[in-house]
Design a protein around this ligand. Structure first.
Ligand SMILES: Nc1ncnc2c1ncn2[C@@H]1O[C@H](COP(=O)(O)OP(=O)(O)O)[C@@H](O)[C@H]1O
Ligand SMILES: [Mg+2]
Length: 340
């Protein structure tokens, strides 16, 4: 694995150096701490750096509503404190609106009285596709960033395939679009004369509509992947816990990102039991073993990811929720010093 040529070695140094940062993305599997660390980071920026910040999520479960202890789900952009805004999009509702617009397009295109049953079934089954959920998520993200109402955008990504499977999708869609365009150009050569007399056929219209959709989706994904590749403006962090599976998983993800030309900005190790507890003579064997095992994994993490580790966050004795406890997490995150 190649080492990053970075000159920062902590979370704070990262931000001190990257003055043009606009977007932060937290990726990783569920349950490791993406939402908690997104929220803690948003508190730091709004408070300490007086930066108008929007923190975003889509997942209604164990999400921003939960950590900030305020129901913000599907309610638009909500102000929580000075410079601190939160939005939690209702992906299902976005998908519903989107499929309604697809239905409308089909009506307009074919001038039907009602949608044929098999198409209706198709639309219904497409709604359940994870890809629809992802598409709705990127759609919301892209439109927020392009409006530019905030100085910093923090994206707490839903745990779909590390939140970045789509990077490859942009290329795949691009290929399709080229193929379709090619095919149409070829067939046009033969049909040019006929078309002059008949105008556009129904099939042409349908193809136009499909092309339009594909192009829109492709553009959204391209926007997103170029954002990810912009190292001056985007911080891309992976959350890790000191466990074997999580380490393997993160290695795999980093390799995959590199294949797409994306390098992660850093790794944050979360939920580390304080090793000082080992000094306590009354410590139970259970906790002793747990801590020792975590410390072994932590060594592996330093060996494998070295420079990329930008902070190590302790396991707290309660779930960090609410502004006060999250401020404590922010402190641990931004005050962390690299051990020698
Ligand atoms: N360092 C920590 N100490 C104690 N509990 C934590 C810590 N980090 C996260 N948690 C708890 O673990 C659960 C999962 O964290 P969360 O941030 O929701 O993860 P994700 O968003 O990646 O699914 C939550 O209940 C959260 O409060
Ligand atoms: Mg979460």
């Amino acid at each position: 694995m190649k080492l990053m040529s970075n000159t920062y070695s902590t979370y704070t140094e990262f931000f001190d150096q990257k003055k043009d940062i606009r977007t932060l993305i937290f990726a990783g599997k569920g349950g490791l701490g993406k939402t908690t660390l997104s929220a803690a980071t948003s508190i730091h920026f709004s408070n300490e750096r007086i930066t108008k910040t929007l923190v975003f999520s889509t997942d209604p479960q164990a999400s921003l509503s939960d950590v900030f202890e305020k129901d913000v789900f599907g309610k638009g952009e909500i102000k929580l404190a000075d410079n601190l805004y939160v939005t939690e999009i209702d992906a299902d509702r976005e998908i519903e609106l989107y499929t309604q617009s697809v239905r409308q397009k089909i009506f307009d295109l074919y001038q039907l009285e009602e949608i044929p049953e098999e198409i209706e079934e198709y639309i219904e089954s497409a709604k359940a596709e994870p890809a629809m959920h992802e598409s709705a998520t990127y759609d919301a993200m892209v439109s927020l960033v392009s409006r530019g109402d905030y100085k910093l955008y923090i994206f707490d990504m839903p745990p779909f395939g590390h939140g970045v499977r789509f990077v490859s999708t942009a290329d795949v869609l691009d290929n399709w679009i080229h193929k379709i365009t090619d095919m149409r150009e070829k067939s046009e050569e033969y049909e040019e004369v006929a078309a002059k007399f008949t105008g556009k056929t129904k099939q042409d219209l349908a193809e136009d509509a499909i092309m339009g959709e594909l192009t829109e989706i492709r553009d959204r994904l391209t926007f997103f992947s170029s954002m990810l590749k912009n190292e001056d403006q985007t911080g891309f962090f992976m959350i890790l816990v000191p466990e074997k599976m999580a380490i393997l998983d993160t290695e795999r993800a980093i390799t995959m990102f590199e294949q797409f030309g994306i390098s992660i900005s850093g790794i944050i190790v979360n939920q580390v039991y304080p090793p000082e507890l080992l000094e306590d003579e009354d410590l139970s064997d259970f906790l002793k073993h747990k801590i020792e095992m975590q410390q072994t994994h932590l060594e592996t993490i330093y060996k494998r990811f070295g420079d990329r580790v930008l902070a190590v966050i302790p396991m707290y004795d309660r779930e960090p929720k609410g502004i006060e406890l999250l401020s404590k997490v922010a402190k641990d995150l931004f005050m962390w010093e690299k051990p020698d």
